[in-house]
Write a protein that binds this ligand. Structure first.
Ligand SMILES: Nc1ncnc2c1ncn2[C@@H]1O[C@H](COP(=O)(O)OP(=O)(O)O)[C@@H](O)[C@H]1O
Ligand SMILES: [Mg+2]
Length: 256
């Protein structure tokens, strides 16, 4: 199984409130349609929530548990917003001839203290095996410790990383950038501390943005790639096993 994550920063205006980036959504749908039409199967998508998630979570103050009636309304409102974004993407993909099915994580997964503890993957697998392109996304999940919690698209990717052979993160930058704005080709546990100094705090992000993503990825067994979604040819190159401008995260490798 191969998994492509589309960053919330790419398909939404992250500084807005529930603000879709329709142009980018159509662009990435065309890139995915190219992959699909060239015969790539056993593929699934995950997308981030961008301004349909982070801003809504902040508005309802539900990033540290969901217990009161007001917080449950916030949970429902956030889930509805994330699902709305997902359906925008489904529509863009269907328009390009891709049989995309959005599967709400809140229905199939649960968390314990903000981490996924239960995930009914067979529901996703049924659609994969039947020839559909399943889509999961950053969502609010029930949480056995704190009532409810945010589950980022990156955390879903990390969970899927246990099953996938290949993880690609398409985002709004060329990769993890160094001090000069150039993509760092390879990140391992050895150079993460040094690279951390280039990871700036991001506003309107409740799940840690690029730093949160890297921390998830370095805990995995497999390799992942962070690539610019604005450059379809780079995404296609990765799926063809070719070299391209991106950041490769290899948790197992030691730097030479
Ligand atoms: N050194 C860095 N390299 C790349 N991105 C960085 C760096 N430091 C901070 N960022 C921020 O991280 C963002 C990407 O993370 P995020 O917004 O979570 O993307 P996504 O929506 O794909 O999950 C970039 O747009 C940038 O603002
Ligand atoms: Mg993010």
């Amino acid at each position: 199984m191969k998994v492509l994550k589309i960053g919330g920063s790419f398909i939404t205006n992250k500084n807005g409130y529930k603000s879709p980036d329709t142009k980018h959504m159509i662009q990435i749908a065309k890139t995915i349609a190219q992959l699909w039409k060239s015969g790539t199967r056993d593929l699934m998508l995950v997308h981030g929530a961008g301004s349909f998630g982070h801003a809504v979570v902040i508005k309802h103050k539900i990033d540290n548990g969901v217990r009161t009636v007001e917080q449950k309304i916030g949970f429902a409102d956030t889930h509805a917003a994330c699902s709305e974004l997902s359906l925008f993407l489904v529509k863009a993909l269907v328009d390009q001839g891709v049989p995309a099915i959005s599967i709400p994580p809140t229905i199939i997964a649960k968390q314990k203290n903000k981490r996924i503890c239960d995930f009914r993957f067979e529901i996703v697998n049924n659609y994969l095996n039947a020839g559909y392109l399943p889509i999961l996304y950053g969502d609010m999940l029930l949480d056995s410790d704190i009532g409810g919690s945010v589950c980022s698209g990156d955390q879903i990717m990390a969970w899927l990383g246990k099953k996938a052979e290949f993880l690609v993160f398409a985002t709004n930058v060329d990769g993890v950038l160094d001090g000069k704005g150039k993509a760092i080709p390879l990140i391992t546990k050895d150079n993460f501390d040094e690279i951390s100094m280039h990871l700036k705090e991001t506003k309107n992000d409740v799940t840690g943005a690029m730093k949160g993503k890297l921390q998830e990825l370095l805990e995995l067994d497999n390799v992942s790639y962070i690539v610019n979604a604005e450059k379809p040819e780079r995404i296609l190159a990765l799926f063809e096993g070719k070299e391209t401008i991106c950041t490769k995260v290899n948790p197992k490798k030691q730097l030479d």
